[in-house]
Ligand binder design. Sequence first.
Ligand SMILES: [Zn+2]
Ligand SMILES: [Zn+2]
Length: 488
Amino acid sequence: MQIVSCPSCGAQVQFRSHASVVAVCEFCRATVMKDADAVKDLGKMSSVLEDFTRIQIGTAGVLGGRNFSVVGRIQLRYAAGMWNEWFILFDDAGTGWLGDSSGLYTVTIERAAPGALPAFADVNPGHQYAIAGQRYTASEKRSAECIGGQGELPFQVGAGWQARVADFRAGATFATLDYSDGDTPVLYTGGAVTLEEMKCQLLREDEQIKESAGKYHGKLDALECPSCGTAIKYLPGVTTSLVCPSCQAQLDAAGPQAQILAQGEKVERVRTTIPLGATAKISGADYQVIGAMVRADNEGSEWTEYLLYTTRSAFFWLVETDQGWSRANVMSNWPDWQSSGADHADLDKLSYRKLYDYPATVKFAAGAFNWRVAAGDVVHVFEFENGQTRLAAELTAEELTWSRSTPVAFDQIAAWFGSALRVDPARKAATEALPASAVTHKFLWWILGLNAIPLIFNFSGTVIYVLLALLAIYLPAKLFGSADKGKQ
Ligand SMILES: [Zn+2]
Ligand SMILES: [Zn+2]
C-alpha cells in the first residue's frame, strides 16, 4: 500500500494496488494521479449515482481460493441503462473487474489474446467468434459513458470517458473485448458469480441501500412523474428506466429529478392481474413487482410479464399466459446453440427442441425496468422445450439474452400475492356478461378444475366430502340464481 496526500485537500489517499494509476479522494473528489514520484490533481470526479447495489468499496470475498477486496468503481451508462464495474484486488496482487448489472454479477480478468480478434464493427449479437482458441457467442455490444468513479482505478478516467465493449458467452464462460483504447481490443475472461458463492462480506444492508438511494432521490419510496404528476412508488433508483403507469411517459430516473425521455403513446391502461407495487415473500426473500409489460406475438396472442425485484438476489420474471403462469430467470450459463437457424439448443447434457420463433412486441409497459422499455419495442424470440422446462433466446441488434422458465401453479401465485391479486378484466367481463346460473357453473368448474383436483388426488378418501362441499356452495348459488331470475 502507498499513501499520498491529496494535492487538493491534503487528506490521505490510499493506493492499495500497484496496478492503480488514479484514486479518487474520498473527501474532495479530486482525481489523484500517482506519476513516478509526483502526485497530480486531475480535477474532480463526478460522484457515483446512489443505486441499489449491495457492493461497496471494502467489500471482500473469495474467488477460486483467492481472497479479494473491492478497491474502486466506475459507473457506466449506455442507451439501455447503467451498470457498475468494481475494480478488485486479490491478496496475491492480481486485479480484476466485478461487473454488477441488475443483480447479475461477473468477474473478469485481463488475459493475453493470442490470434486475431474481431473488430468492434464486425461483432453481431447471436453470431459466433473464435477468441483465444475458444468458440464464443456474442451476447452484447455497447458504447457507454463513464458517469462517475470512486476509489482507485487502473487507468485514467474522467467525465465523458467512453467505453466500447462487446461481451461474449460460451456456457458459463464470459469474455469481454474492450475497444475503449482503440481498434485493438483488450481481452478479459471470467464467468458469472454470485455474492453468496464468493462468500462476500461487508456488503451493504437493505436499510443502508434504501436510505442512501432514498436520500439521493429526495424521497424514500416515491417520485413524481414530471409529465402528469402521478406518484410512482416502485423503488425509483433500483433501475434508471421508468414508464409512468398513468401517462406512459418514458422517464430516466438516473438523477435526483426524473427526466422525460419521451411522452407516452396513447395506449389503453392495462389492469394487470398482479398490481405494480405488490409484494411477496418468495424463498425467504422480500420481492416487489416493480414493472409489468404486455407483449404480443405476430398472431396477436398476448401475455403479461412481471418484473420482480429483491435486494437479495437477481431479478426474475413471472409470466402470465392463457395457458397458465411460469417463472423465468435470466441465465448466466448459456445453452449451446449453433446458429439462429438450429432446431435445438443443448444445456447440461440435455437437448432442448425448438418449438417456434416469433417477433414479440411490447404493447404496454408500466413501472421500472432494467432496460429502457417502450411500447412498440420488438425482439425476436426463439423458444425451446425439454419436459416442463423452456428456454428462450431473445435477440435484437444489440443483445442476445437467454432465460429459463418453469411452470408455476396459480395456487402458488395466489399464495405469494394473496389479496393483492386482481381478477383478469377480460375474464371478469366475460363472466359478468353471462347469466347468473352460467356464472355458477363456471365457478363450480373453476373450483373443480383449479382447486379441488390436487386435493382429490392427494386425499382420495375425502373426495365425497369435497363434492358435498362443492354441492353446498353450488346449491345456494343455484337458488339465488333462480331468485334473481324471479325478480327480473
Ligand atoms: Zn482531497
Ligand atoms: Zn405520468
